[in-house]
Design a protein around this ligand. Structure first.
Ligand SMILES: NC(=O)c1ccc[n+]([C@@H]2O[C@H](COP(=O)([O-])OP(=O)(O)OC[C@H]3O[C@@H](n4cnc5c(N)ncnc54)[C@H](OP(=O)(O)O)[C@@H]3O)[C@@H](O)[C@H]2O)c1
Length: 350
């Protein structure tokens, strides 16, 4: 039986680009493609990508469940809330009902983030942590974040897997990292972590590094990130075996870069546009962290979580299912000037 698919976050940076690339990606045949939206304007916008709008707020669990069951949706890409686990269980339960009704295999892709596998999450490693590591579920489950508020994010990944397992749904944890490149959807065009670097620097008039060691973080061009979602969809539509639940962690990354190199490239681009007073990077002191926190709307103690830290998470699973990144990690440094231009344009517009 053919699959019906639901893409959420259709007006977002990642979800919008996924939708925009969907039709061009020559996927195997499927039934219907639905896009979750919450306004009439968004409902109109998704139609140009060949998607049927499913207009519903993610908080309206009852109607969302009913829509998934009535429309016999068997694949859901969840790209809305990586933080809490309040919306995923009802969707997973609805998928289980579709499986019982149709006999179709059902799939739930939760979008988390590389941060959940970093030292911000209490995972301290010097060696790579492969996304195929058979211990990864247990590593996540037992990790204790030094930041109280952050503990929920790792719990969310575990909870998605547990609920999927309980209901016979194939669950996947898709982890985007530092994603860059212009969004191709009709809504948000810019990312998160590199935007935080720019926002903080513009307010502080200087790019500051927030770690005292020289840590690395995985990076991925938006198109590579999108292609991993699409490759997962392709494998589901072809009923190809790929790891799920406790073996279903997928980092979208071509490799890693040093934050300090990224800061340096962005500092040059910001100085060129007179948005910082110095083209070099300085170590953040307490006063700088307070100013950066004001720009980001977080207390000073959380600034390093927004734009720094060490993450040894390493992508292997994607390559095993036929995905290959086109952009090497150093491309983000070469593209920093263009990225800063894009981010400043978007911030100035807002
Ligand atoms: N971008 C990255 O580099 C990155 C990295 C790691 C993890 N992530 C995670 O991936 C997810 C998607 O990221 P993104 O960059 O695409 O975020 P984004 O551009 O902010 O998009 C968020 C999407 O969620 C939708 N949404 C929010 N609240 C909703 C609600 N109540 N009902 C229905 N839809 C709702 C938004 O719709 P509206 O337009 O209607 O608000 C929008 O389509 C996030 O959870 C993010 O934390 C992103």
């Amino acid at each position: 039986m053919s699959h019906n698919i639901l893409v959420t976050g259709a007006s977002g940076y990642l979800g919008g680009t996924l939708l925009a690339r969907w039709e061009k990606s020559s996927l195997p045949p499927y039934g219907h493609l639905y896009a979750l939206v919450r306004s009439d304007e968004q409902a109109q916008a998704v139609k140009k990508y060949g998607a049927e709008p499913l207009q519903c707020d993610i908080h309206d669990h009852e109607n969302l469940k009913k829509a998934i069951i009535d429309k016999e949706i068997s694949i859901v890409f969840f790209l809305i809330d990586s933080f809490t686990d309040q919306h995923q269980p009802p969707i997973i339960e609805a998928l289980a009902e579709v499986k019982a009704k149709t006999g179709n295999e059902v799939h739930f892709v939760h979008t988390g983030g590389a941060k959940h596998f970093s030292r911000h999450a209490g995972i301290h490693r010097d060696e790579p942590l492969l996304d195929t590591d058979p211990e990864i579920y247990d590593i996540l489950k037992t990790s204790v974040s030094p930041h109280d508020y952050f503990q929920q994010t790792t719990r969310t990944n575990i909870s998605v897997i547990d609920v999927c397992q309980k209901h016979g749904v194939r669950g996947y944890i898709f982890a985007p990292c530092i994603v860059y490149g212009r969004g191709e959807g009709f809504g948000n065009q810019v990312s998160i972590q590199d935007v935080a670097i720019v926002k903080a620097a513009v307010k502080a008039r200087r790019v500051y590094k927030v770690d005292t060691d020289n840590p690395t973080w995985p990076v991925c061009h938006l198109i590579d990130n999108t292609n991993l979602y699409l490759q997962m969809a392709r494998n589901m539509l072809l009923s190809r075996d790929m790891g799920y639940n406790k073996n279903g962690f997928y980092l979208a990354a071509s490799g890693s870069v040093y934050w300090n190199d990224l800061y340096a490239s962005m500092a040059v681009a910001l100085a060129k546009r007179n948005r910082v007073d110095d083209a070099t990077v300085a170590q953040a002191d307490d006063a700088a962290l307070v100013t950066m926190g004001e720009a980001l709307g977080v207390p000073a103690s959380l600034v390093p979580v927004m734009l720094g830290g060490k993450c040894m998470f390493t992508a292997v699973n994607g390559n095993q299912i036929g995905w290959k990144a086109q952009y090497p990690p150093k491309h983000i440094l070469e593209a920093a000037d263009e990225e800063v231009e894009l981010i400043l344009g978007s911030l100035d517009e807002k």
